[in-house]
Design a protein around this ligand. Structure first.
Ligand SMILES: Cc1ncc(COP(=O)(O)O)c(C=O)c1O
Length: 460
């Protein structure tokens, strides 16, 4: 009842208290306005587009009549609106209810949570798995629970923000190696020999750069210097590798990567949720110590049902994975990332827009741009402050036609509209022959064939 006492005293003391609160609020508003103005001024303002349909290659957006083409989802396999995935979500909702109103260890674990964890472990061929509300949470939970001040973590400088934040939370010694730079990693591993445990942490596929981590070399160095390997597979799970297991399968090191974190919120149905999979004892420790697991609600049954069905579909048949891989090949994608190394981007369904940009520089801007096209592509112009240019200017082309583009604040919207519109115009003929290869000299590469009318109506 302390609060009641405070309210009572405040009422007795009259206006000054309210007055001070108001001036504090006015001060806060001033600070916030200045901060917001700074974001606008920096060109990194993000606004939300309100989608009124399911996620997919064609969507409906509030305020726009007719459908628009969607370039902006991580719906790599198109499973987020797959009928069987939706049905599975509905069944789980019916049978297990809307939610658990609890964290897992109090009274928030249902049979479907245990089944999904077992399925994830089976899918990745690991001993056990633990679910989190998101992969951001999985990354926030792992390092602090696992590493002590006696240990060291060695992290690629372009790792995802959630890995960076997760590492910040732990007390281990921190080493940051240059992006994909194995010589630098080796130097840091040598320095880190004095610590008890060494954990190398990397994204499997770097979505902003279109690179794939050189896991064979990383695992080789790890074994040479007695380190463990952690890989974040958010942009690989479900579609990289012959059976979609991810980067470790693609590069033949499934038995050498110790810990995997990944998401259910991209290729695996796209709802939400994340997980860690790896040694049984590690998963047991996470159930005791990982704070986002201990102090946040259980995944809702419908989400569990959808993800579980997405995994079933992938484990039953390779068809969707192979179709995606064939498209990736056919489009000449995955031939090289920003770093241009041998390992860069192989098999990854994305291409560097900065590599395309010089090829497109003479294309006329599509003006006037039909409003709905502008909106459909508009998010291309959205700044991603998390991604320093030039590493953030990428065009993704996930199956079955869902395009996704991430661009840097410095990117010209006009260029992107132009680029994407050109691709739409000429898809799929152009992409099969696109002169985008590692080492392509864009100044001499042939221009994309572009029809004179750049702005026809998009088919419904
Ligand atoms: C590499 C990587 N890790 C983690 C996350 C976070 O995943 P989630 O959306 O499940 O929190 C993302 C999401 O964009 C990601 O790209």
């Amino acid at each position: 009842m302390m609060w009641a006492g405070r309210v009572f005293r405040a009422a007795l003391s009259g206006a000054p208290c309210g007055h001070r609160a108001q001036s504090a609020l006015a001060q806060l508003r001033g600070i916030l306005e200045e901060e917001l103005e700074g974001i606008r001024g920096a060109g990194t303002w993000k606004s939300e587009r309100v989608i009124t349909s399911r996620q997919g290659p064609r969507i409906h957006v509030d305020g726009i009549s007719g459908g628009i083409l969607n370039f902006c989802a991580n719906n790599y396999l198109g499973l987020s609106s797959h009928p069987e995935v939706i049905q599975a979500g509905l069944r789980a909702l019916e049978e297990f209810g809307a939610g658990l109103s609890s964290v897992r260890f109090i009274c928030g674990t249902q049979s479907i949570h245990k089944d999904l964890e077992a399925k994830i472990a089976r899918f990745h061929q690991r001993e056990d798995a633990i679910l989190y509300p998101s992969c951001f949470d999985a990354n926030a939970g792992l390092f602090e629970a696992l590493l002590t001040p006696e240990d060291a973590v060695l992290s690629d400088e372009l790792n995802h923000a959630s890995i960076i934040d997760g590492i910040r939370l732990c007390k281990a010694h921190k080493y940051r190696y240059r992006h994909l730079d194995m010589a630098d990693l080796e130097a840091k591993l040598q320095e880190a020999q004095k610590h008890r445990l060494r954990l190398v942490a990397t994204d499997g596929a770097f979505s902003m750069d279109g690179d794939i981590a050189p896991l064979q070399e990383i695992c080789c160095l790890a074994s040479q210097y007695g380190a463990l390997v952690f890989v974040d597979e958010c942009h690989a799970t479900g579609f990289l590798g012959a059976t979609g297991r991810g980067t470790d399968e693609l590069l033949g090191v499934m038995d050498q990567v110790t810990i995997i974190n990944s998401t259910l919120g991209k290729a695996l149905g796209g709802a939400s949720g994340g997980y860690t999979t790896g040694p049984g004892s590690l998963v047991s420790l996470l159930r005791q110590r990982a704070r986002p697991y201990l102090f946040s609600n259980s995944l809702p049954p419908a989400v569990v049902g959808c993800a579980s069905k997405a995994l079933d579909l992938l484990m039953e048949s390779n068809a969707v994975i192979q179709s995606m891989a064939a498209k990736t090949q056919r489009c000449g994608l995955g031939q090289g990332g920003a770093s241009g190394g041998e390992e860069a981007g192989e098999g990854l369904p994305c291409m560097p827009a900065q590599a395309l940009a010089p090829c497109l520089r003479v294309l006329p801007l599509p003006t006037p741009l039909p409003q709905r096209v502008a909106l459909g592509l508009g998010s291309l112009g959205q700044g991603l402050p998390a991604c320093p240019p030039p590493s953030s200017l990428w065009l993704f082309l996930p199956f079955p036609g869902t395009f996704l583009c991430k661009c840097s604040p410095s990117a010209s919207l006009g260029l992107h509209l132009c680029l994407c519109w050109s691709l739409l115009q000429t898809w799929p003929q152009t992409l099969g022959h696109m002169p985008i290869r590692r080492g392509c000299d864009c100044s001499t590469a042939p221009q994309l064939p572009v029809t004179p009318n750049l702005c026809p109506q998009i088919p419904q």
